[in-house]
Design a protein around this ligand. Structure first.
Ligand SMILES: Cc1cc2nc3c(=O)[nH]c(=O)nc-3n(C[C@H](O)[C@H](O)[C@H](O)COP(=O)(O)O)c2cc1C
Length: 154
């Protein structure tokens, strides 16, 4: 099975999750800056991950997905994950409210993947960091392995 994990990461947390998922799937994780978009249409499973920044994926991930030709992912199983901050670690009540209601990167990624013809392999997942720059909350890499298992089963 041809599988690829694509990720973006500013502080390294999403990279760790991506590498963990890739290892569990028996493949490798590639930073978005090194992706050859033409190859994506021939995959069996494509997994895309991004930090949530301003309720969205990074510009690099958005540009890659939005720039794919129409129907490029037809016949490809797809899945998305993001990293996001633990709400309780945000001091400002107003900001906590906004982050809670604003939405997360994985939802946007799923929409973009499906728009290009991809078929969702499993519901998306968010992995938590305990501060803006991390680290990942305890147990998140174990959860990433479990999620990868669901992708294979699905
Ligand atoms: C400018 C900025 C905006 C952010 N916006 C959000 C957000 O909307 N929602 C959220 O849950 N976390 C937000 N965060 C926290 C990021 O999700 C966190 O930095 C990221 O998960 C770390 O992943 P990385 O190490 O791969 O960059 C933001 C962080 C920064 C620096």
């Amino acid at each position: 099975m041809k599988t690829l994990v694509i990720y973006d990461s500013v502080f390294g947390n999403t990279e760790k999750v991506a590498q963990t998922i890739a290892a569990a799937l028996g493949t490798h994780a590639v930073p978005v800056s090194q992706v050859d978009a033409r190859q994506l249409g021939s995959l069996d499973l494509l997994v895309v991950g991004s930090p949530t920044r301003g309720f969205r994926p990074t510009e690099g991930i958005s540009k890659l997905l939005n720039g794919l030709p129409k129907n490029h992912l037809t016949g490809v199983r797809v899945a998305a994950f993001d990293t996001r901050i633990v709400l309780e670690t945000i001091d400002s009540k107003a900001l906590r409210f906004l982050v809670d209601k604003g939405g997360y990167a994985a939802n946007t990624i799923v929409k973009a993947l499906e728009k290009k013809g991809g078929q969702l392999a499993a519901s998306s997942e968010g992995f938590f960091v305990t501060g803006e720059q991390g680290p990942l909350k305890g147990g998140e890499l174990e959860r990433a392995v479990e999620w990868a298992g669901r992708l294979m089963a699905g």
